[in-house]
Design a protein around this ligand. Structure first.
Ligand SMILES: Cc1cc2nc3c(=O)[nH]c(=O)nc-3n(C[C@H](O)[C@H](O)[C@H](O)COP(=O)(O)OP(=O)(O)OC[C@H]3O[C@@H](n4cnc5c(N)ncnc54)[C@H](O)[C@@H]3O)c2cc1C
Length: 503
């Protein structure tokens, strides 16, 4: 008999879960509060340019990569536009403290070689460190899309070691240890807290080869939506879920802002769990202790983004990401509240579909904690007041002056700028405190931040970045987990693997 599912939220998690379920015969309805689908995949047009909001660097799209294999199974590979970064330089890092630059190359051996150029006496340590991060990721069957029948998975001691301790275990040079933590902003890294498996996953993903969306990440969201629609499902936009009704500890319906009522066999929440728990009407069917826990889990820090439209033919396109850090001893300070800002940031020139020699835009993303915007937390988009606008202009100025240390002529190349703060992220995606990567993972209390995809309400499942791992690689893997609760264990993984063996 045909099963049905209502999915709340058309971000990466909701769309991937919806596409998988629709492809496998489930009648899917995805409900999105915004007029535009995508969540973090959303793009917006300003000054005639398409800017992406929350998906700039992506992994798993190289030949044989896990997300590429899932896209192939969904049949969307020929509909998406992905550009790989340069193999000999996947990232560059600049430390203002000693004006040192580092180049990171793609692939296990090349990664070690590129860093050993600057730290020759650490070559063997680097090799052991890289082996260790690959071993940790090897413990994760799902990362390699390997079916598994284990219900209780045992992990090595290093798996949940604090990342800073894990790096220090292998690397004796303090500068190199700081350099190896440069991807912190990509996973909300916190000292003594972020488990080594999160660090390892992100590093392995990018050492294997990062890519970027050409022409805008929204095209990827649209390709996923098309899978849902082609298989008889629907994606409702501009009408968020406002209430959820329940009876006898089962969800009975979701009701939208426009008073539309949707019912299904399964309800899947692809929104922040703190947003979900507020939607229950009357007595929540979720146990109080569970709701308290969801509200208590710390969130990752947020970000301030500076979007720049560049003048034509003025600034050369750079086919890799670049990181600016003020000081080596501050790489673990991004999460510190009441701390000076910015400590560092990532900048990149996103590619157009027919990318030529010059870039049309630049995006600068700088981690930012919630306390910086707390005084405006009662305000909403477009209505935050003059003081807020002035503060944003000052933040943009801070970032531009740092960029001028590297590109003295940058200001001459700028046609226009636009900014987004943690408040923008909170209000667009309905994410508590504008958390960039959802819940923070804490190696000191790993159970607290591991939110299972099943809940005490039998027909309510969770998906998205707050369960397991965030981002372009983590969220689709969780979408498989969530879908398999309905379809059966290893059902989707077997299909993905079968499809490859067939070809
Ligand atoms: C500034 C920034 C930069 C980032 N850069 C990268 C990057 O380069 N690479 C990477 O891999 N990851 C990056 N991330 C992280 C990535 O964007 C997220 O991990 C991912 O988008 C999360 O997907 P999701 O589906 O869980 O949640 P979201 O994308 O937040 O989707 C949730 C959706 O639910 C909708 N919603 C909320 N409430 C309701 C409701 N009541 N009813 C209906 N709909 C609702 C929201 O509008 C949203 O569309 C970045 C994040 C930020 C903020």
């Amino acid at each position: 008999m045909e099963k049905s599912a209502v999915i709340i939220g058309a971000g990466l998690g909701g769309l991937f879960t919806g596409a998988i379920l629709a492809k496998e015969g489930v009648k899917v309805t995805v409900i999105e509060k915004n007029a535009t689908i995508g969540g973090g995949l959303q793009s917006f047009t300003r000054f005639g340019e398409v800017f992406d909001t929350g998906m700039h660097v992506i992994g798993g799209m190289q030949p044989g990569g896990n997300i590429r294999r899932i896209c192939k199974y969904l049949g969307i590979l020929d509909k998406i536009h992905i550009k790989d970064v340069d193999h000999d330089v996947i990232d560059t890092l600049y430390f203002a403290e000693d004006q040192a630059s580092y180049r990171i190359a793609q692939g296990r051996e090349a990664f070690v070689d590129s860093l050993a150029e600057s730290f020759p006496d650490q070559r063997e340590n680097l090799q052991r460190y890289v082996d260790a991060i690959y071993n940790i990721v090897g413990e994760l069957d799902l990362f390699y899309l390997r079916p598994s029948d284990e219900y209780v998975v045992m992990h090595s001691e290093e798996f949940i070691m604090a990342t800073n301790e894990f790096i220090a275990k292998y690397i004796t040079d303090e500068k190199l240890a700081a350099v190896l933590a440069y991807m912190n902003p990509l996973y909300g890294g916190r000292k003594d807290m972020t488990p080594a498996y999160i660090h390892s996953l992100i590093c392995v993903l990018y050492i294997n080869g990062p890519s970027r969306f050409a022409g805008g990440s929204y095209l990827f969201a649209e390709a996923l939506r098309d899978v849902i629609v082609e298989h008889g499902g629907q994606v409702v936009t501009n009408d968020g879920v406002q209430r959820i009704t329940s009876e006898n500890r089962l969800i009975t319906s979701v009701i939208t802002r426009k008073n539309r009522v949707f019912t299904a066999d399964y309800y899947i929440s692809a929104i922040h769990p703190c947003t979900l728990v507020k939607l229950f009407e009357g007595d929540s069917p979720l146990p109080k202790a569970y709701v308290n826990r969801l509200n208590d889990i710390p969130n990752s820090y947020s970000a301030f983004t500076l979007n720049i439209k560049l003048k034509p033919n003025r600034f050369r396109y750079i086919n890799h990401s670049a990181y600016y850090m003020s000081r080596y001893d501050e790489v673990w300070n991004f999460s510190r509240e009441n701390w000076r800002w910015p400590l560092g940031f990532l900048y990149m020139t996103p590619p157009d579909i027919d990318q030529g020699e010059f870039a049309s835009k630049m995006i600068i993303t700088a981690p930012m904690t919630w306390d910086k915007v707390k005084r405006w937390e009662e305000t909403y988009i477009g209505n935050r007041g003059k003081e807020y606008e002035e503060w944003k202009a000052q933040c943009a100025e801070e970032l531009l002056s740092r960029m001028e240390e590297i590109y003295p002529d940058l200001r001459d190349c700028i046609e226009d700028i636009n900014t987004a703060s943690p408040l923008t992220i909170r209000d667009w995606y309905a994410v508590k405190e504008g958390a960039m990567c959802g819940y923070s993972k804490d190696c000191n209390n790993i159970m607290l931040s591991q939110v299972p995809i099943v809940t005490k309400v039998k027909n309510l499942l969770l998906t998205g970045q707050n369960c397991n791992v965030h981002g372009f690689c983590g969220v689709p893997l969780t979408a498989i987990n969530t879908s398999e609760v309905i379809l059966g264990r290893n059902y989707v993984l077997d299909k993905i693997n079968l499809k490859e063996n067939d070809e």
